[in-house]
Write a protein that binds this ligand. Structure first.
Ligand code: PMP
Length: 387
């Protein structure tokens, strides 16, 4: 009989033979968007700290204060030991930011999707689900946990969605559409206004993941759902990207939040986030709405980067945000380019299947408000020199 390790080593060899083995490489995070790796300081174009808030003094100070006041751990699920006034106030702040009745904090974005989607669907037995093909893995995980009937529409193709809605799941007691508002690997944007109209016309509910829009897009960085009259039915987002911290939220009606509080397993059975993490989020929500000049700077940097890539003849797909892919194609070529850029002092990680479809391996360049025009010009030059 083979030992467990022998099974695992054989499985790992299969991944390695497919050139898909991933390893953790050491890197030290440093301020100002720089990362230290193997003795080299790299300019970071891969983290999602879009507003540079992870090292902002207001956030680090409030994280310290909340830790000093409440300690390093929360000790239990909030339903077991109760919930602090500060966390309830933080959730009210998230709801006000998103323009919804209520909000609930989750331990991570992954956990929010994996918990909230099955919880939502458990109130809609037999529902048919329509999801964008490029939705994040955590949304797929939530649907798998729910055992949902799924119809996938071509990425951002709302005509295809309408065709599916016209022909599939008409007999289902409820229908739910799931999308991201900013897609994580392409940096393109869903047409939420039209999605809301389509959802209404077909009697469907709309769930939107705003992981990459929160803090960056919409009025005061409230995300794209805040630009849609009447909002969307369910909106989630993370604190781990532009908000510079960790954790996530789901926002919507009071009834939605009461339901999730009762049945979302990743909430009910999971320890609350540590006070320090919540303190940083609380501070981020104070500073983010006023960061319009940082958001405008990000937009300008992204335009500059897309223009630079186009001059090099590189495809940046349908990017319209601070996430700009440089689509290379073959996995090996994307990996080689990322390695060569690292030699020149840039962290610009290659993203390959299964995270992106085969043949579309890419550098996923993520801009942040602390980058300068010179930083963007430097990475464009670096890419040009390494190709
Ligand atoms: N949704 C999307 C669209 C994401 O890109 C991510 C993070 N990669 C998540 C959810 C998960 O968020 P978190 O990193 O906070 O778990």
């Amino acid at each position: 009989m083979q030992s467990l390790d022998e099974h695992l080593e054989a499985a790992l060899r299969r991944v390695e033979q497919a050139a898909r083995l991933r390893v953790l490489r050491p890197a030290g995070l440093r301020a100002n968007g720089r990362v230290e790796r193997e003795g080299r300081t790299l300019l970071d174009f891969s983290s999602n700290d879009y507003l540079g808030l992870a090292t902002h003094p207001v956030l680090t100070e409030r994280a310290r204060e909340w830790t000093a006041r409440h300690g390093t751990g929360s000790g239990a699920s909030r339903l077991v030991t109760g919930t602090s006034e500060e966390v309830l106030a933080l959730e009210a702040k998230v709801a006000a930011f998103k323009g919804t009745q209520a909000a609930l904090v989750f331990a991570s974005g992954w956990q929010a999707n994996a918990a909230a989607i099955p919880a939502l669907l458990s109130a809609l037995p037999g529902a048919a689900v329509f999801c964008d093909r490029l939705n994040h893995a955590s949304m797929h995980a939530g649907l798998a946990i729910a055992g949902a009937r799924q119809h996938r529409f071509r990425h951002n193709d709302l005509d295809h969605l309408e065709d599916l809605l016209a022909t599939k799941g008409a007999e289902a007691p409820a229908r739910v559409i799931l999308t991201e508002s900013v897609f994580s690997m392409d940096g393109d944007v869903a047409d939420l206004r039209r999605l809301v109209q389509v959802a209404r016309a077909h009697g469907a509910f709309l769930f939107v993941d705003e992981a990459h829009a929160t803090g960056v897009l919409g009025p005061g960085g409230a995300g794209l759902s805040a630009t849609v009259p009447g909002g969307v039915d369910v909106v989630m987002g993370t604190f781990s990207k532009a908000l510079g911290g960790f954790g996530a939220y789901v926002a919507g009606s009071r009834a939605l939040i009461d339901w999730l509080t009762n049945v979302a397993s990743g909430f009910v059975f999971s320890t609350a986030l540590p006070p320090g993490v919540l303190g940083a989020v609380d501070a981020a929500l104070d500073v983010v709405p006023a960061m319009n000049s940082e958001r405008a700077h990000l937009t300008a940097l992204a335009d500059r980067l897309r223009a630079g890539l186009a001059r090099l003849g590189l495809d940046h797909g349908t990017s319209a945000t601070q996430i700009v892919p440089a689509v290379i194609g073959a996995e090996a070529d994307a990996m080689a380019l990322a390695a060569a850029l690292e030699e020149r002092g840039f962290l610009a990680a290659a993203i390959r299947p299964p995270t992106v479809p085969p043949g579309t391996s890419r550098l996923r360049l993520a801009l942040r408000a602390t980058h300068t025009e010179a930083d963007v010009d430097a990475v464009i030059e670096g890419i040009s020199a390494c190709r």
